[in-house]
Ligand binder design. Structure first.
Ligand SMILES: Cc1cc2nc3c(=O)[nH]c(=O)nc-3n(C[C@H](O)[C@H](O)[C@H](O)COP(=O)(O)OP(=O)(O)OC[C@H]3O[C@@H](n4cnc5c(N)ncnc54)[C@H](O)[C@@H]3O)c2cc1C
Length: 416
């Protein structure tokens, strides 16, 4: 079914009857040309672009739970391309361009809203760093503006500009950044992949790999063995666990990241704000809720729920930046499992096992990467060569030392 304004009106007048399911619910076949493990944003986007860009439609996406139930449905929906280092800048720049055409591409309203992002600066050193970062972004062809204190004050009057500990000196703005509705992104890619013949198989956990003479030949699942010519892992927080089933030890740790949302309020924040000094960021959803978060919980975990000390820490920082937050009621908080790589940058690469490919290490930033990650992973699986946009996102950088340490915090995942 092709969606349109007329369909919405016509179905609405008939009590919303007549809508068809957006994708099929097929039983898995005995074998596929390509299997993707994980129906999060990245797995679904990969399947979509395998079919769309490379004409490979004999594909199954295997999901242990329900489609979109992982981090793709748990994040704070921020989309941006404000990275600094070569290797990251070209990849995220490509992603933002794909975001800008995604609704037309998928014929699906992903509620892409380019409301802008601002990274606040509180010291001369930070202003200097943002000037350099902004230059790197512009040299990549993206937009960036360095704002002085008065322009930040005019754009975001609701912040505490005169906080004695962290007075706001300025900030780096990217106007093309913003937010998108996370569930809709998963559903849009799922629908697009399904329409091109991809099987989306839910409640099908991969429990092992069959590897013969150094080549993957299929996966063991809770619904039996399924053969495959090639297998791609796109399991986010579970990356190291799933890779371990193939005997791989990865430079990735899993940590919990929490997020929070308040009751709906009148518009108070025009865009996304990051407050690095307080480890806090915030935006306002279309429904009016303030959506915010901060640091990882400070220890490794596979529990997709958060702990109390971080709730206190995040609210302390939030109150320092925006004291009015104390008057809003918090509605919900939740957690997701992050696959934190040792340099804070992702990996899209082959593994030492023939036919087995890795997509992981997305840390906090995988939602904005979704379209480019799918695009580049599909390219790698289809051609066995890295996509030009992801040449540096290699696994062997941890061996050779060519790491992409965007934060300059070294091999300490909970600091990235
Ligand atoms: C609180 C929070 C806030 C965030 N905010 C942002 C943000 O604002 N901007 C941003 O860019 N990023 C953000 N992120 C990060 C982003 O959500 C993730 O990096 C990204 O969603 C990960 O990729 P994914 O969508 O494919 O993951 P997921 O949706 O987690 O998909 C992986 C899937 O693999 C499945 N799976 C795992 N093991 C198996 C198995 N053995 N067999 C079959 N299936 C399996 C899982 O069930 C899951 O559905 C945030 C994350 C969290 C938790």
């Amino acid at each position: 079914m092709r969606y349109s304004g007329w369909q919405v009106i016509a179905k609405g007048l008939r009590g919303q009857r007549g809508w068809q399911p957006a994708w099929r619910d097929p039983a898995p076949k005995l074998a596929y040309q390509v299997i993707i493990i994980g129906a999060g944003g990245h797995g679904l986007a990969t399947a979509y672009y395998l079919a769309k860009n490379h004409g490979i439609t004999d594909v199954a996406v295997l999901e242990r739970g329900w489609l979109g139930g992982g981090n793709v449905g748990r994040n704070t929906t921020i989309v941006r391309a404000n990275y600094h280092l070569d290797g990251n800048t070209e990849f995220y720049s490509h992603s933002l361009k794909l975001w800008e055409g995604l609704e037309q591409e998928l014929n699906y309203n992903v509620m892409m809203s380019q409301r802008g992002i601002i990274n606040l600066a509180h010291s001369d050193g930070q202003m200097d760093f943002y000037a350099r970062r902004g230059n790197a972004m512009r040299m990549q062809g993206d937009d960036a503006e360095l704002l002085d204190r008065d322009r930040v004050r005019r754009a975001y009057p609701g912040l505490n500009h005169d906080n004695p500990r962290f007075p706001i000196l300025g900030g780096l703005r990217q106007r093309r950044a913003g937010t998108a509705r996370h569930d809709a992104v998963a559903w849009g890619f799922a629908r697009g992949a399904d329409r091109r013949g991809v099987d989306l198989v839910q409640n099908c956990e991969v429990t092992g790999f069959r590897i013969e003479r150094g080549r993957v030949t299929g996966v063991e699942t809770t619904r039996g063995f399924i053969g495959a010519g090639k297998v791609g892992m796109a399991v986010a927080g579970r990356t190291s666990q799933v890779a371990q089933m193939a005997g791989l030890r990865l430079p990735i740790e899993s940590h919990v990241l929490q997020a929070f949302v308040t009751e709906g309020l009148k518009p108070v924040l025009p865009g996304v704000v990051t407050f690095g000094m307080g480890h806090f960021y915030i935006s306002q959803s279309d429904k009016g809720g303030l959506v915010y978060g901060g640091d990882l919980d400070f220890y490794n975990s596979y529990a997709a729920r958060g702990n109390l000390p971080m709730i206190e820490h995040v609210h302390e920082a939030g109150m320092a930046l925006m004291p009015m937050l104390g008057r809003a009621r918090m509605l919900r908080h939740w957690g997701g499992i992050m696959d934190m790589s040792m340099d804070g940058s992702p990996i899209i690469d082959r593994t030492p096992i023939d036919g087995l490919y890795l997509n992981g290490g997305w840390c906090y930033g995988g939602f904005k990467a979704t379209p480019a990650s799918g695009w580049c992973f599909a390219h790698l699986i289809a051609t066995d060569r890295p996509s030009p946009h992801a040449m540096r996102l290699r696994l062997d950088r941890f061996e050779t030392g060519h790491v992409l340490d965007e934060e300059g915090t070294g091999a300490q995942p909970n600091k990235h």
